[in-house]
Design a protein around this ligand. Structure first.
Ligand SMILES: *Cc1c(COP(=O)(O)O)cnc(C)c1O
Length: 402
């Protein structure tokens, strides 16, 4: 036994080395533990802190109406789905959610998945294969990248948010493939910039390519009352595949593809996570339907989110911080090297503010940052508390003039 253990540890010693290297370069990710409901304030590692980390844009993750909706269906449906969607896992509630989402977003049809990640893994390999080509923004989300790789299609990356480079790449590849797909994030989650979807649509339609946008950070944020990036650009009926998530602004969990009804029907037949991984439980589905109720009833939460974002960013810039390219509530505070970003995050935490440092490989080397996620759940007083902490730490670490 002893010699076997020694062999195992030798076999896995490389992991120890890799972990040590991560720690030495300040890239080791220390994961904190939450022991409260999501909201403007959290209990993190036993401390009450102001929350600048969550994707809970509208404060729906612990909204009384959503919680009540989940509780109500628990008694009727129980907790587990017990099957994949295509065998015995499709509940009337899943279909109701799909209808409600399609109506909310003014699209023909929608199909839901276990997560946004799963939606990408379902959609991309169902649409393209090894004779095909994908034109993908170089900063697309990991789940798009993985979906592209799984498809076996040739992946051609174009320069970030650059329609001219996209067109150039399309021209270079002409005649070498069967089908083509253009895919982009809607809102880029690390920089908070928005894909020029109107220009991308103009190009993809000119060359008759399928168009897919992953609007995980735009769903519930962009467009009228949070109807997303397609609504923001007035491109209804023109984008074939709109991926969304229910885990961010919608406050629950799950993913979706909304758009063309043929695409949706195809994904019910060929979306692998839909066919081979169990369905989202009823309580989560009911809570997501309640999120749509809240969004349809009023634009108040979306309006407050944007008001908070505008206020916080203007104040941060006034203090002398670099908030990058963001035009959305995602607010990067650009710091440069990863160790500085990590130290900044730790010092904020000791000031009672929870804001994560993000470094390589999530963002390029030398572009480490603190990412502040604003929410409609924050009061003006919360934001002022956060700004004061940023000012103190920023001066102490020499990031802003003191
Ligand atoms: C967060 C995110 C996802 C994953 O969504 P989940 O529902 O959390 O799996 C997918 N794509 C993008 C662009 C995202 O930001």
């Amino acid at each position: 036994m002893a010699s076997q253990e020694a062999q195992v540890s030798k076999r896995l010693a490389w992991i120890q080395d890799e972990l040590e290297a991560l720690k030495a370069s300040g890239l080791y990710n220390t994961i904190r533990t939450i022991s409260s409901a999501q909201g403007a304030w959290l209990e993190v590692d036993g401390r009450r802190v102001l929350n600048f980390c969550s994707n809970n844009y509208l404060g729906l993750a612990n909204h009384p109406r959503l919680v009540a909706a989940a509780r109500e269906v628990l008694d009727r449906y129980g907790v587990g789905p017990a099957a994949v969607r295509s065998i015995a896992g499709t509940l009337d509630l899943h279909l109701e959610l799909e209808r409600r989402l399609a109506t909310f977003k003014h699209v023909e049809a929608a199909v839901t998945f276990q997560s946004g990640f799963c939606a990408n893994l379902a959609a991309i390999p169902a649409l393209v294969g090894k004779e095909d080509v994908i034109f993908s923004d170089e900063l697309n989300h990991a789940s798009i990248i993985d979906g592209c790789r799984l498809s076996g299609a040739r992946i051609i990356r174009y320069a970030h948010c650059d329609p001219n480079d996209l067109e150039q790449k399309i021209l270079e590849a002409q005649g070498t493939y069967r089908r083509g797909l253009v895919v982009t994030d809607g809102v880029f989650s690390m920089d908070g910039d928005i894909a020029p979807l109107d220009q991308i649509y103009a190009i993809s339609s000119k060359y008759d390519l399928m168009l897919m946008v992953d609007d995980a950070h735009g769903e519930g944020v962009l467009g009228h009352g949070g109807r997303g990036i397609v609504d923001h650009f007035g491109l209804h009926g023109k984008v074939d595949v709109e991926v969304g998530t229910f885990s961010k602004a919608f406050g629950v969990v799950g993913g979706a593809v909304a758009g063309n009804s043929l695409v949706v029907e195809w994904l019910r037949q060929r979306g692998r996570p839909f066919l081979f991984s169990s369905a989202v439980p009823a309580a989560d589905v009911a809570a997501t339907i309640a999120a749509i109720d809240v969004l349809e009833a009023s634009t108040e939460l979306v309006d407050r989110l944007w008001e908070n974002a505008r206020y916080f960013k203007a104040e941060m810039r006034g203090l002398g911080f670099d908030t990058g390219q963001s035009v959305t509530p995602i607010t990067p505070i650009m710091l440069g090297e990863a160790p500085l970003a990590q130290q900044f995050s730790r010092e904020l935490f000791s000031e009672g503010v929870f804001a994560m440092a993000i470094g390589y490989p999530t963002v390029p080397k030398g572009k480490a940052r603190i990412r502040v996620m604003l929410s409609a759940a924050h009061t003006r007083e919360d934001l002022d508390r956060g700004l004061e902490a940023f000012a103190r730490v920023g001066k102490r670490l020499g990031v802003i003039a003191g």
